[in-house]
Ligand binder design. Structure first.
Ligand code: HEC
Length: 154
């Protein structure tokens, strides 16, 4: 008897813990290619910010600019043309992403003109709150059929 109470208590706890781990973030339904493209850009953002931090630790502001620039709005324009991404991603997602790319443009140009590592650190920290905010809001799910198969015209 005691044992079964314990088992029930345990399974209730386990269920509660499991429910807490449920992924309730808004779902982006993307094709395989679209998902692949977004995640590739994400990995570039991560390695780019790591390179910026490494450059900052050596006060190498030229390297900061060199690593920040490819993460700027240029990266976004390339991505948009890809796989009709801007047709399928929500406006708020695009806005947050674009604002992050603009931050990296700013980080690159300030690193060149002002050469102030503390300023760059502050800018990077502020910008990375956009990584966090977006990751808290969205998850990607794969759809088997391509969403852009209708050949939408721009
Ligand atoms: C506009 C939204 C948005 C912004 C801004 C954003 N991400 Fe992401 N990122 C996502 C989404 C959505 C995923 C997929 C999450 C999921 O499905 O669980 C993701 C996934 C990732 C991944 C996993 C990649 C993989 O191969 O699985 C990394 C790493 C990552 N992001 C890094 C970053 C970094 C670093 C920044 C900021 C410099 C950033 N992201 C900013 C939306 C964003």
């Amino acid at each position: 008897m005691k044992k079964s109470v314990a088992i029930i208590a345990y399974s209730l706890l386990a269920t509660a813990a499991f429910a807490g781990d449920q992924d309730d973030r808004q779902t982006l339904n993307l094709s395989e290619a679209q998902r692949g493209h977004v995640l590739k850009e994400m990995r570039a953002l991560l390695s780019g910010t790591q390179n910026i931090l490494a450059a900052l630790s050596k006060d190498d502001m030229a390297a900061v600019a060199r690593h920040a620039r490819p993460l700027g709005t240029n990266m976004a324009h390339k991505a948009e043309d890809h796989d009709h991404l801007k047709d399928v991603l929500p406006k708020e997602f695009m806005r947050l992403g674009m604002s992050l790319h603009q931050d990296f443009d700013q980080i690159a140009s300030d690193a060149e003109s002002k050469k102030d590592p503390k300023l760059t650190l502050r800018q990077l920290s502020d910008s990375m709150s956009k990584c966090t905010a977006c990751h808290e809001s969205y998850q990607i799910r794969k759809v088997t059929k391509s969403l852009d198969s209708g050949h939408r015209k721009h």
